[in-house]
Design a protein around this ligand. Structure first.
Ligand SMILES: C[S@@+](CC[C@H](N)C(=O)[O-])C[C@H]1O[C@@H](n2cnc3c(N)ncnc32)[C@H](O)[C@@H]1O
Length: 231
């Protein structure tokens, strides 16, 4: 029996929005903390959250990768993809829908997805790179990292911890990517450490910063997209 290709979800901008949201629903319960109210209101009024629910996307992050791929075209049918920080699986859904083979890793368990294999482990553990490579069974064409450390509330600490994750992802991509391959990583506060960015520029044909419309305007999150890994 032939397997039907997975259905593509919507990948355009939400109607009536470019990522900037119009607040229409407010939480009035006085017993809810102000910070929690803000989070709930943001979720209730976020057109990408609504779309994700309606279209069966596992996370609003789904649309960030879909939009990055529309801009840079790195997810080709048959491509081998490693997805770092894959839970709950939104990016993996995009990859599978575009005909890629995916191996993802996360500290958290991820619900099974046809076309993807997920490892539940710490990417920073010494055994993670070998486990990913053995599961993928060949050099990746694309390494994606959407890893983010749990926020502490202390901006500088959060920036350092997420920077360390992006750096580990970049080292992995530089060591393992197939020639011509693509590396995409989340970064904060305008980008990666200058020395790391310089190394990427030496080793890839093109390095760009992108803020897809699905990335919240108020977040300092950006994505670094390095294409054309030099051999
Ligand atoms: C923003 S979420 C990823 C969302 C995902 N791209 C999607 O579309 O569903 C960030 C993830 O990074 C994971 N993460 C953080 N540190 C990690 C580490 N050291 N190893 C593996 N995963 C990690 C977190 O557990 C979290 O699930």
């Amino acid at each position: 029996m032939s397997e039907e290709p997975p259905k593509r979800r919507w990948t355009g901008k939400p109607r009536g929005g470019d990522g900037a949201r119009q607040l229409t629903t407010r939480v009035k319960n006085k017993r809810v903390k102000e910070s929690s109210k803000k989070w709930i209101e943001r979720q209730l009024n976020d057109p990408y959250v609504t779309r994700a629910k309606a279209e069966g996307a596992r996370a609003r992050a789904y649309y960030k990768l879909a939009e990055l791929d529309e801009q840079f075209h790195f997810l080709r049918p048959g491509a081998r993809v490693i997805d770092l920080g894959a839970a709950p699986g939104g990016w993996a859904q995009v990859c599978v829908e575009r005909g890629c083979k995916v191996v993802g890793v996360d500290l958290l368990p991820i619900e099974a997805l046809a076309g993807a294999t997920f490892l539940e482990m710490d990417f920073l553990s010494p055994e993670a790179p070998a486990a990913l490579m053995a599961t993928l069974g060949g050099a990746p064409d694309v390494v994606l990292s959407d890893m983010a450390a749990n926020t502490t509330g202390h901006a500088k600490t959060d920036q350092i911890r997420t920077g360390a994750l992006a750096e580990a992802a970049a080292e992995f991509a530089l060591a393992k990517l197939a020639p011509g391959g693509t590396f995409v990583t989340k970064a904060f506060q305008g980008g990666l450490d200058a020395a790391l960015l310089a190394r990427l520029k030496q080793n890839f044909a093109k390095v760009a910063h992108a803020k897809p419309p699905a990335s919240r305007t108020e977040s300092s999150e950006v994505y670094v997209v390095a294409t054309g890994r030099k051999s």
